[in-house]
Design a protein around this ligand. Structure first.
Ligand code: DX5
Ligand code: ZN
Length: 236
């Protein structure tokens, strides 16, 4: 089987960029290619893919086959696939997501006793390594793996569902996370990002903003993407 190796040439510039990352969790799956094309023509370059296994979180979404189906389209348009694994024991699935064309893979520190091993596996496979923490997990959970980390993900809702409200404590948590991370590590925030919260999370230090319902739940996802980006990083 031919596999995508595009993640080896995409680069890592997206990690330190300021970007809204539309989450396809809220997209119309029957029109997935067209929905992704719409946000990419509006300027999106980081496409967020929420993988759920029915164990770490109750819902089941999609796996490597869906990542593979989007990989060529996203890479050809100059984008990256930012894959968020909400699954138990992610180290067992990472090789398949690498083969499918993931550019970044984020695991949950709560989902495996082998966080360092899993992050190293992601990097060895040529992708960027991310670690996510749930609302109850302190930022110190990342301290011992900072040298193996490219992206830190602050869950600003409990993982599992789109269209929840951002937990207000997240602003202060993001500030502490940013202060404890070197500049080269991306700080991503995921959950409840919309026009009312985008400026707050960027002000707290997040540079990658996942947005599902705020983009794909809108009548015009491309327009919603542009409005959110303008609010998150107002033109000077
Ligand atoms: C939640 C997922 C999110 C989700 C965010 O568990 O990790 O990426 O799509 O959805 P919104 O932006 O609607 O809160
Ligand atoms: Zn996510």
């Amino acid at each position: 089987m031919e596999t995508s190796v595009a993640h080896q040439s995409v680069g890592t510039g997206w990690l330190t960029s300021k970007a809204i990352a539309p989450s396809i969790l809220s997209a119309n799956f029957a029109e997935l290619g067209a929905q992704v094309a719409e946000v990419m023509s509006a300027g999106a370059r980081v496409i967020h893919v929420d993988v759920m296994d029915g164990h770490f979180v109750p819902p089941i979404t999609f796996g490597p086959v869906a990542v593979s189906a989007l990989a060529d389209q996203v890479h050809t348009a100059g984008g990256v696939l930012d894959v968020h694994l909400m699954i138990e024991r992610p180290e067992r699935q990472i090789p398949d997501f690498l083969k499918a064309g993931a550019d970044g893979i984020t695991i949950h520190v709560e989902a495996t006793p082998h966080v360092h091993y899993a992050l190293a596996m992601i990097r060895d496979g040529g992708a960027s390594a991310g670690a996510a923490i749930c609302p109850a997990t302190p930022p110190s959970a990342l301290t011992e793996v900072i040298d193996t980390l490219d992206l830190a993900l602050c869950m600003s809702v409990n993982p599992g569902w789109g269209n929840q409200s951002l937990i207000p404590h997240s602003y202060e948590k993001l500030r502490r996370m940013r202060a404890g991370l070197p500049d080269r590590i991306a700080l991503e925030v995921d959950g409840g990002v919309h026009t009312g919260t985008a400026a707050g999370v960027t002000g707290a230090g997040a540079n990658l903003l996942v947005a599902g319902s705020a983009v794909f739940g809108a009548a015009e996802p491309g327009q919603a993407f542009r409005e959110l980006a303008a609010l998150a990083w107002p033109p000077q």
